[in-house]
Write a protein that binds this ligand. Structure first.
Ligand code: NAD
Ligand code: FES
Length: 284
């Protein structure tokens, strides 16, 4: 039997992200669509929140996608099959409200596609008519297309440069569906903040219920540190315990966008240090 948090499968998806399958049966048993996990790679390491692509309850496997964006994700990318991750905590956050509403559109952007697959499948299994929209910068950045295709009735793909699917943003496709009069009762979106804000701005005038999953900075994931605070409908909320999903028309995206890059310089320095340490270890 695999060890706790042992990496069972690791696969590069493109130059920026990789898929990570970890043995974590207790989390798998309880995980519901929309919930996330927090990983810690070593004792002094930061904690990083990750979306869950899917779970295999028979094998106890937790399937995740990691985008290499900072020191911790670089350390994670250096681990191999058979290695174990120090801490995997979860499931965290409130599950998605999956009900039969009729016509649902799920929108995943970039690495956020990882967070929309299980939710999309759950809406389908609940008896909704489900349209998926996924978008990325270019063909090689489109991830989990096969999984998304299997999770919905119709899938639209967009790339910024037109190298796969339709040229443009996910919002261009959504605008087209609304313009064509496609009935839409609910939109759920996961991806970069600017994209989720654009989705909310698009659906607001049409009164289409829209839910966004926030991937804010997080530390404890239990509502204690305040790191993940956001303003929703004028009230302070913690994405880790009150979310991660909120009514997108009520989220103060401007505030989140201002805070998003607060630690960018520190992260860059930390990454550089990590690279220098790796070079020294490799005798460079
Ligand atoms: P990206 O910047 O490559 O964008 C992906 C797609 O989003 C684009 O191809 C486009 O279709 C759409 N998009 C981007 N900007 C847009 C705009 N202004 N208007 C309309 N659509 C737009 O994405 P990436 O680099 O893969 O994503 C990284 C970001 O996603 C990180 O900031 C990360 O924190 C976030 N993320 C969020 C979640 C979540 O739960 N919300 C999960 C994982 C990652
Ligand atoms: Fe600390 Fe949410 S991560 S309160």
């Amino acid at each position: 039997m695999p060890g706790k948090n042992e990496i069972i499968h690791k696969e590069d998806l493109n130059s920026e992200s990789f898929r990570l399958c970890v043995y974590a049966p207790e989390i798998v048993r309880k995980h519901l669509p929309g919930q996330f996990v927090i990983l810690r790679v070593h004792e002094d390491g930061e904690r990083i929140p990750l979306s869950v692509v899917g779970t295999d309850s028979e094998k106890g496997l937790l399937d995740m996608v990691v985008q290499v964006a900072g020191k911790t994700t670089r350390l994670l990318s250096g681990l191999s099959r058979g290695d174990s991750i120090l801490d995997v905590v979860g499931p965290l956050g409130r599950p998605t409200g999956i009900t039969k509403v009729g016509n649902v559109v799920t929108v995943g952007g970039g690495v956020g596609i990882a967070g929309v697959v299980k939710i999309t499948r759950a809406f389908l299994e609940e008896g909704n008519t489900v349209t998926g929209i996924i978008g990325a910068r270019s063909r090689d950045m489109v991830i989990l297309e096969r999984e998304m295709r299997a999770a919905c009735h119709t899938l639209h793909v967009a790339t910024d440069d037109g190298s796969a699917g339709k040229k443009g943003f996910v919002t261009d496709i959504l605008r087209g569906l609304i313009g064509d009069g496609q009935p839409i009762d609910e939109v759920l979106t996961v991806g970069p903040l600017v994209m989720m804000k654009a989705v909310a701005d698009l659906t607001r005038p049409h009164g289409i219920r829209t839910v966004a999953s926030l991937n804010t900075l997080m530390v404890d994931g239990t509502g204690m540190c305040g790191c993940c605070r956001c303003t929703v409908d004028g009230q302070m909320k913690f994405a880790c315990v009150d979310g991660p999903e909120f009514d997108a028309h009520k989220i103060d995206f401007e505030e989140l966008l201002r805070r998003q890059y607060m630690y960018a310089d520190l992260e860059k320095t930390s990454c550089e240090t990590c690279r220098i340490e790796e070079n020294l270890q490799n005798g460079g």
